[in-house]
Design a protein around this ligand. Structure first.
Ligand SMILES: [Zn+2]
Length: 235
């Protein structure tokens, strides 16, 4: 089983690990990893696995039957060997900023307009968010995004906590983004100050102000109450 280091520390960029499996010369299993596997609208991490000075580029990371698999660009890694690992930090940090922004927007839309997020996809240069909102208007959306930007300006810390299954079931609003609860006893909760708590497995920035500013670049009408928006983050 791979220890997912990104669950407790989103800022870990370099670490050493042991190769625990190699499949078809290119799918690598590690005993511990900070490479985030594609999931929850957040893309996979890239970077390098390095052995004896030789660099293997990590081109895809996925989770298959609960196991994290790292696809590398060339053969040469073998089971049992010690390796050092390094994230493409620019890529990951961009995703951390966008992911945290998604949670903040979701919080504002949910608490002010009872709107629900139905899907999201983070990319390097923009993020797409689908939501359902009654009485939608471009002016209302603008007011909610302005409010999110004000919260960012005032800044809040982001922290990780854990909750039992019973606690999560008693507080269903903490799992509003999750599509059904996985069969585990303990859940990782990501908190934005005291305003938002969500069951989540993604990576986060430590302070809201690292988002800088959310700017909606496009909205699309997807039928009755459904809207799609694309936003970017200002540097
Ligand atoms: Zn999330």
């Amino acid at each position: 089983m791979t220890k997912a280091l990104y669950m407790n520390d989103s800022y870990l960029k370099e670490w050493t690990a042991k190769v625990i499996s190699v499949k078809d010369d290119k799918y690598i299993g590690l005993d511990k990893t900070a490479f985030y596997p594609k999931g929850g609208g957040q893309p996979w991490d890239e970077g390098f696995i390095i052995k004896n000075g030789q660099k293997f580029k990590v081109i895809y990371v996925g989770k298959f039957s609960g196991q994290i698999s790292h696809e590398v660009d060339k053969p040469g890694l073998s089971e049992g060997g010690e390796v050092s690992c390094k994230l493409d930090w620019k890529r990951r940090y961009t995703f951390m900023r966008y992911h945290t922004a998604c949670h903040l927007i979701s919080n504002v839309l949910y608490t002010r307009a009872d709107a629900k997020i139905t899907g999201n996809q983070i990319e390097m240069d923009k993020t797409r968010m689908d939501f359902s909102m009654k009485d939608y208007s471009p002016e209302k959306l603008k007011a909610y995004v302005d409010e999110a930007n004000n919260i960012i300006k005032n800044d809040l810390p982001i922290s990780v906590d854990y909750m039992s299954r019973e606690e999560v079931l008693q507080n269903p609003e903490v799992a509003r983004l999750a599509k059904g609860l996985p069969d585990v006893k303990e859940f990782r909760i990501v908190k934005i100050g005291e305003i938002d708590k969500q069951v989540d497995g993604g990576t986060y920035i430590n302070h809201l102000k690292e988002i800088s500013k959310i700017e909606v670049i496009k909205t699309v009408n997807k039928g009755k109450n459904n809207r799609r928006m694309y936003f970017i983050l200002k540097e």
